[in-house]
Design a protein. Structure first.
Length: 670
């Protein structure tokens, strides 16, 4: 990650050069013939005027504009033609021609064109840097919330050390009201943590042993100890900052097109300038100075620096705006590509639903007891991290059941269930397909299973020694904002799909409740990517939204992978967009932001190219003899510079789209 101090220093340098250039350019304009156009006539002879203008313009070109000259030198040394070369062609053409005319004693000069060109191009680049700094400042504000000191346990003693010296594995002590210094996992105690800083979750989150804490969040009234799992550049905040910085420094496809166009425009500018001079001098019989005036005007107007600002400014504002709304877009190509999404596939659990299912009913075989069935289920599920396992363990805790027992041979069968031996009994836990494949007798609970499925419950079956003992019905509440997100996507003409490992009855019920267009049920984790390919086969630009390890292949397969921020690191690494608030509405917000940014890019690219291309014939004097239309070099410079400013301001206006992003009403999950 780049040094914020260095970025600030670079912006300060550009700003200083701009103000010096502006002050000198104002004097150049007042002394030049443009000053007479506004009624200012200075008592200077032609010679004094010429040499004064040369003295004032030289530092503007060679100090204020040195960054462009140096950039052009490095580009040419690398055998490239880029925007720096394009700018320098225009500036030096006006400056060197004027210097020559000063030496030979001509009164026709173009110093103001060179000075104005440098000044306004500097202003455009300063505006671009300011647009980047907006989000950078917001990110730096996050880092300032991380406390400078942390309490750690070393050698059995508590010690207060600088946060920067906390090491992986250190035991960190949190007292009531403390800010969390680094990322970690709670190993002792319980508390509530305010994580709104990172996740946007307005309510404090309860944390117990095994819970994760994020650096910069605020501890509540409890005291806990946690093991440091992320320090320095590996904390959540540092990773967020890297994502945003990478996005802002990357190039969108539109920008790469502009860079290619710059190479051709350098050639166009030089050819147009030479052709204009030759045409007027020998074809039109004009004087040397007149032909040179038209040539310089044409070269200056043919150098659209605005083309170089067109997409970087929009990307900088767009990614910064996304970061402020907890939408992290990893690169400019993704920002541009998200505007073309035509189908969104959602994982169900944890994405459209809360991801925390609850046990609502237990059906047992004749002669079996509910509590004994739940005790065995809880004992078996102690080794599982599945959300349904958490629901069973929570229900066992609620009933104050002892989930002990001698557990042996635990074997998890991904997407199906698990095998385990408890106190010598062979236990199977899983869905209907799994127990059927294992040749378990489901007859004792068949009627209850049918009833639970018709009620759209997720069913967990327990078989003991090959015979079904119980069927547990669980439900995972739908996120309140999910239905609105699906409805708003439909308004944009975007198809929605849901890919779920749940049985068809449950998945169809959730899909119907939310208004999902296509539902893929009973999908094994390894098959999710195949269903994404199915959607892509329909010539759709597909976004996949998920939060789990088993979603990573599908996220990578999708045209745009979108990870719910509360999900796993694997999912976040595989995705191109990360939604820190875990809210389905932010899928829509990412698309709205992308479309608005692409609109700005297109507007800027069209303006930057068409504006200048239309002005070239006028500057070259094509319409001079029939109608007397012409553009002096200084006017050409003013118009070209105005184009750059318009592009920068238009990009900054993208910030207004923030007011159009959807937020969940009070009472909805955020």
């Amino acid at each position: 990650m780049s040094d914020p101090a260095m970025a600030a220093s670079m912006e300060a340098d550009i700003r200083a050069r701009f103000w010096v250039a502006l002050a000198l350019t104002v004097m150049v304009v007042l002394i030049s013939p443009m000053g007479e156009m506004i009624g200012l006539r200075l008592p200077l002879s032609a010679a004094v005027r010429s040499w004064t203008l040369l003295a004032l313009t030289t530092p503007v070109v060679f100090w204020c504009g040195w960054i462009f000259i140096a950039g052009a030198y490095h580009a040419l040394a690398s055998h490239r033609l880029d925007m720096s070369v394009l700018i320098v062609v225009g500036v030096l053409a006006a400056y060197l021609a004027s210097a020559y005319l000063t030496v030979i004693g001509s009164a026709e000069l173009f110093y103001e064109a060179a000075a104005m060109l440098v000044t306004f191009v500097l202003f455009g680049h300063w505006m671009e840097m300011r647009s980047r700094r907006g989000s950078s400042d917001a990110l730096q504000a996050l880092f300032k919330l991380v406390p400078p000191m942390a309490r750690v346990v070393r050698g059995g003693q508590e010690a207060e050390i600088p946060t920067a010296e906390v090491l992986l594995g250190d035991l960190v002590v949190l007292r009531p009201g403390d800010r969390v210094p680094v990322d970690g996992e709670v190993v002792e105690g319980t508390t509530s943590i305010d994580e709104s800083l990172v996740t946007g979750e307005s309510l404090p989150v309860e944390k117990g042993v095994g819970g994760t804490v994020v650096g910069g969040s605020v501890n509540g009234a409890g005291s806990v100890r946690f093991k440091a799992t992320g320090v320095g550049q590996e904390t959540t905040l540092a990773r967020i900052a890297r994502l945003v910085e990478t996005a802002q420094n990357s190039k969108a496809p539109g920008q790469r097109l502009a860079d290619k166009a710059a190479a051709y425009l350098v050639v166009v500018a030089i050819v147009v300038g030479i052709a204009t001079f030759v045409g007027w001098r020998w074809g039109g019989g004009a004087s040397f100075v007149t032909a040179l005036t038209f040539a310089i005007s044409a070269v200056v107007i043919a150098c659209p620096d605005a083309l170089g600002l067109a997409t970087p400014t929009a990307v900088a504002v767009g990614t910064g705006l996304g970061a402020r709304h907890n939408i992290l877009i990893k690169d400019a190509a993704t920002l541009e590509g998200a505007s073309r999404i035509s189908s969104v596939a959602f994982d169900k659990t944890g994405t459209l639903t809360e991801g925390a299912p609850r046990v609502v009913e237990v059906v047992v075989a004749a002669g079996a007891e509910e509590n004994e069935a739940l005790r065995l289920l809880a004992a078996a599920e102690r080794g599982s991290s599945h959300p349904l396992a958490a629901a069973i363990l929570e229900e066992a805790r609620r009933r104050k059941l002892d989930a002990g027992g001698q557990v042996e041979g635990f074997e998890n069968v991904a997407g199906h269930g698990l095998r385990v031996a408890i106190d010598g009994k062979r236990i199977l836990v899983g869905n209907v397909r799994f127990l059927t494949d294992e040749k378990a007798d489901l007859a004792p609970v068949a009627e209850g299973v049918d009833r639970l499925m018709k009620a759209s419950r997720t069913v967990i079956l327990l078989a003991v020694d090959g015979k079904a003992m119980a069927a547990v019905g669980a439900t995972d509440p739908v996120k309140p904002s999910a239905k609105r997100a699906v409805a708003e996507l439909r308004k944009l003409g975007i198809e929605t799909a849901m890919i779920s490992g749940d049985n068809k009855v449950v998945a169809d019920a959730v899909g119907k409740e939310l208004g999902i267009d296509r539902v893929f049920a009973e999908v094994l984790p390894q098959d999710k990517a195949e269903h994404v390919r199915t959607l892509q086969g329909d010539k759709k630009v597909v976004a996949m939204v998920g939060d789990g390890v088993n979603d990573a292949p599908a996220l990578a397969q999708a045209d745009i992978g979108i990870a719910i921020g509360a999900g796993t690191d694997v999912a976040i690494e595989a995705a191109k967009i990360v939604l820190m608030k875990s809210d389905p509405l932010d899928v829509l917000n990412a698309i709205i932001l992308s479309r608005a940014t692409v609109r700005k890019m297109k507007q800027n690219l069209v303006w930057a190219s068409v504006y200048n291309l239309l002005a070239i014939p006028v500057a070259a004097g094509v319409f001079y003899r029939p109608w007397g239309w012409s553009l002096r070099p200084e006017v050409s410079a003013l118009l070209m510079s105005a184009s750059s400013i318009i592009v920068a301001v238009n990009a900054v206006m993208l910030r207004r789209v923030g007011s159009r992003l959807l937020v969940a009403p009070q009472g909805e999950a955020r």
